[in-house]
Design a protein around this ligand. Structure first.
Ligand code: ADA
Length: 560
């Protein structure tokens, strides 16, 4: 299931969910003999007993059958982390990054059965600047769904819809991208259907092999706004029509009407101040790796709601779109961020860092643009934003987001305190602070200090978020001595932090590190040598069993 609803009615689309042939290999593109395994897609190969720690290349094979000659479009929602896609023995697409989707379009495929082979690499090497040994796990495999579509020569590549409030009424700004993969120039028109209004969005000539953007502005006088309390969603349909009047393609999505602003040092949803109280979450589960099936995503959101949260931070990468669909439906605010965690200046100077993180930033915004639940875009968690070289990257990536989407505020989670150099570049300043865990500071005094740092370093007048705080709590380690690592101590830390932050009205968001324990990369040094090769700061453990801190969080978040 690629989304929680059908994304096409005209375009023929099916999913390649199920068991695929699989074999490990030594090199990308290497000729493989026998495929000795059958692995589920979506899935992580670590779930197979022989590949529990496998870091390297895996080859997946599946058959694709077409009943008539057609253009084929394959959509991969996430392959971890590098994919080379071969169709009938010829390489057709390459993609880097586990957490964004990519397409592979193959013109004029004959009817019959074809061979789809995907080489997947999850190894760490110089060519991979973002997937590095880290405080979470880079799994291997086709971790998110795959769709196979038959498309006409003219097809819709993307639709970006922006709700705009004007006075008392709502408008929508539509931007549709249409591609012509045929041999001749064609005239097309697009209609947009939403909230009972069927509007002509525009006409355009599309040259062979090119794309055009068709934009329009439509009034929606009678829609209800999307809010955390009442997450009203509307089905959106775009229909592409040829000059001859033939409806050749469509695009279905869901949108919500809401505004998100940052005025007077606060965050407003639909003009009203809001305080985001949430958790940081990794896509990780011992029985699924990073390929959580829908029912486990739902379970996580049930627990997150039970905790009294109204927000989730997608630390530290763009999420599976089904999770975002669930947040849209349930009125859970999302801070979505591009992919990076704790990269040093040296790591940011890897020549691949620039294009890889700019690409994931583009893809994140373009692919997830329509989700009303996403209120904040963010970049580069705890990277070198305290250096001039680092700042150049922050500036570039925040500019990319600002140009693609001026409707949402931007932020980044910083741990550089009074050394931070980038607060002027974003609309929201955010701090990762660990008083009671990595330091002995008093959380309230530290927050007041952080506000002063923000004010002095370019963040004056901007809303402030505590984007991380917390401490280890090993599930089942109960101790009257309340040592570090005990559930009691973790609950104490969460308690003192929450009390301090919730009573400070200049704080517009609080995200606990973290929702559930997660697997981390094994290595040397304090970070990669964590006990049990886990980050154990979850409020629930990796199987989602609540620790003592669960009730603490509930008391604060639900008590408000
Ligand atoms: C950082 C980081 C998290 C996690 C956390 C911790 O702030 O952003 O990914 O590593 O610290 O547990 O230390």
């Amino acid at each position: 299931m690629i989304r929680l609803f059908s994304t096409h009615q005209i375009r023929k689309s099916t999913e390649l969910e199920g068991l695929w042939d699989f074999t490990p290999a030594a090199h990308m593109g290497e000729k493989v003999g026998a495929y000795r395994y059958r692995l589920p897609v979506p899935g992580c190969w670590e779930m197979h007993p022989e590949f529990g720690n496998y870091r390297g290349i895996g080859v997946y094979r599946q058959k694709v059958t077409l009943h008539q000659r057609s253009n084929l479009r394959l959509e991969f929602k996430g392959v971890s982390h590098t994919a080379h896609v071969y169709f009938d023995g010829v390489m057709k697409a390459c993609h880097y990054n586990a957490y964004t989707a990519f397409e592979c379009v193959i013109p004029q495929v004959e009817a019959g059965t074809h061979d789809l082979v995907v080489y997947v690499d999850n190894s760490f090497h110089e060519d991979s600047a973002l997937h590095v040994p880290n405080d979470y796990y880079t799994y291997g495999g086709i971790i998110r769904p795959v769709a196979v579509e038959e498309i006409s020569d003219l097809y819709i590549q993307n639709v970006m819809f922006t709700p705009v409030r004007q006075g008392l009424g709502w408008h929508g700004s539509w931007k549709a991208v249409v591609r012509n993969m045929g041999q001749v120039e064609r005239m097309v028109s697009i209609r947009g259907i939403l909230a009972g209004i069927d509007a002509e969005l525009g006409r355009s000539l599309v040259k062979s092999g090119e794309t055009v953007e068709i934009s329009s502005w439509v009034a929606y006088p009678d829609v209800k706004e999307w809010s955390l309390e009442n997450p009203n969603l509307y089905a959106l349909t775009a229909i592409l029509t040829t000059e001859e009047g033939y409806d050749c393609d469509d695009w279905l999505d869901r949108v919500g009407f809401r505004t998100i602003t940052t005025d007077n040092g606060k965050i407003q949803l639909n003009g009203k101040d809001v305080v985001l109280q949430g958790v940081n979450r990794h896509e990780d589960h011992p029985m699924a790796g990073s390929a959580l099936p829908l029912h486990l995503m739902v379970r996580d959101l049930e627990l997150i709601t039970d905790l009294g949260c109204n927000a989730v931070r997608t630390s530290h990468y763009p999420y599976d779109e089904r999770f975002l669909d669930l947040c849209d439906e349930r009125g859970i605010a999302v801070w979505e961020e591009n992919h990076a965690r704790g990269l040093s200046l040296e790591q940011m100077l890897n020549p691949n860092f620039g294009w890889q993180s700019e690409q994931v930033t583009h893809e994140m915004v373009q692919q997830h643009y329509n989700h009303p639940s996403i209120l904040i875009w963010a970049i580069l968690n705890e990277c070198a934003s305290h250096t001039e070289e680092g700042r150049a990257h922050y500036e570039k990536q925040l500019t990319i987001i600002g140009e693609l989407d001026p409707s949402r505020p931007r932020s980044f989670a910083s741990h550089h305190r009074d050394q931070e150099k980038c607060f002027d570049l974003a609309e929201i300043v955010s701090f990762n602070l660990y008083p009671g865990w990595y330091t002995n500071e008093n959380p309230g005094e530290l927050a007041d200090q952080a506000r002063l740092w923000a004010d002095a370093l370019g963040g004056k007048g901007k809303p402030m978020i505590i984007s991380e705080f917390g401490g280890d709590g090993f599930y089942g380690f109960r101790s009257p001595n309340r040592e570090k690592g005990s559930e009691e101590r973790q609950a104490d830390i969460i308690d003192s932090n929450l009390r301090a932050y919730l009573e400070r009205d200049y704080i517009s968001g609080i995200f606990i590190w973290q929702f559930s324990d997660c697997r981390v990369t094994e290595g040397l040094g304090w970070l990669l040598a964590r006990s049990c090769t886990r980050n154990s700061k979850g409020i629930v453990d990796e199987y989602r069993r609540p620790k003592l801190a669960y009730e603490t969080v509930k008391r604060y978040f639900r008590g408000r």
